[in-house]
Design a binder for this molecule. Structure first.
Ligand SMILES: [Zn+2]
Length: 101
């Protein structure tokens, strides 16, 4: 599910989820790893009036390593925290990465 190496990098990433078929979600509100998008619900006031609202996931645009090459992806912070992506940090050189492995 979270194997980034299985992604076809040559194709542009489709931001269409099962939740919103046919609807293209704004990239900043869509995680390209777990396909989490914005959720909808209600604001409920004290007088119980309900108005629609959306919750956007906390998505950060980060450089990650996909097949050893750096890519810029929109990744939610939960995927970042869970280690589903390997960050491509400018300070970390290729030698340091191989030493870890
Ligand atoms: Zn995610």
């Amino acid at each position: 599910m979270f194997k980034l190496s299985m992604m076809d990098v040559s194709q542009p990433i489709r931001c269409v989820t099962k939740q919103f078929p046919g609807e293209v979600i704004t990239m900043g509100k869509f995680c390209e790893v777990c396909e989490k998008g914005a959720m909808t619900g209600h604001n409920v006031s004290h007088s119980n009036r309900k108005s629609s609202r959306t919750w956007a996931p906390n998505v950060q645009k980060v450089r990650v390593l996909v097949d050893g090459r750096p890519m810029r992806l929109n990744v939610c912070t939960r995927c970042l925290r869970s280690g589903y992506v390997q960050r491509a940090l400018p300070s970390v050189k290729a030698e340091a990465v191989t030493e870890e492995a």
